[in-house]
Unconditional design. Structure first.
Length: 160
C-alpha cells in the first residue's frame, strides 16, 4: 500500500492492534511493520498495546463467526484510534491496510472508515488495495524482505 499511496500522498503509518493475541504474536507482527517502515522510509507511530480494550468491546461477541459483528467492532476500534492520532498530528486524511486482505469485506471496512473519519472531521481514503495486484505485491515484498506473515487475523477467536 505504501508504494501505491506515496505516489500521491505523504504517508505516515500508525500501528494500533490491541486485538492481536497473544503478546508474542503482536510483537512478531509489529517487528515486521517496523521493517516495512524502515525499508520504505516511512514514519511509524506505535500506539499503546491496550490488551484490555478489545475484550471490553467484544465481550458479548466472542461466539460470533469470523467476519461477523466482532470484526466490525474491531475495525471501528482501530480506525477510531487512528483518527484520534491523525487529529492530534494535524493530519486530514486516513486510510487502512485492512482492505489488502482477500479475507476482509472491503465495503464494510470502507463504510466504517468513512463514518469514523467524518465524526473526527477527517477524510477517509477508501480503496480495495488488494485489487490491481496489491495482495500479490504484498506477498512478494514479504518474501523479499523476510517479513513474518500471520496465519490468522489476530484475535484469539480467529486463531481458533
Amino acid at each position: 500500500m505504501i508504494e501505491r499511496l506515496e505516489r500521491e500522498w505523504s504517508v505516515a503509518c500508525v500501528w494500533h492492534n490491541p486485538n492481536i493475541q497473544p503478546a508474542e504474536e503482536h510483537e512478531r507482527r509489529l517487528e515486521s511493520m517496523r521493517t516495512v517502515a524502515e525499508r520504505t522510509g516511512t514514519s511509524l507511530a506505535v500506539l499503546p498495546y491496550d490488551v484490555d480494550r478489545w475484550p471490553e468491546l467484544c465481550a458479548r461477541l466472542l461466539e460470533e463467526p469470523e467476519g461477523g459483528a466482532r470484526c466490525e467492532v474491531c475495525f471501528r476500534m482501530r480506525l477510531e484510534a487512528t483518527a484520534q492520532w491523525a487529529v492530534a498530528e494535524g493530519i486530514e486524511t486516513i486510510a487502512t491496510t485492512l482492505s489488502i486482505s482477500p479475507h476482509k469485506d472491503v465495503e464494510r471496512i470502507n463504510a466504517i472508515g468513512h463514518d469514523v473519519a467524518a465524526r473526527h472531521g477527517l477524510l477517509f481514503l477508501a480503496g480495495d488495495f488488494k485489487q490491481r495486484g496489491g495482495f500479490q505485491r504484498s506477498v512478494e515484498l514479504s518474501r523479499e524482505w523476510g517479513l513474518y506473515r500471520q496465519n490468522y487475523c489476530g484475535c484469539l477467536q480467529s486463531m481458533r
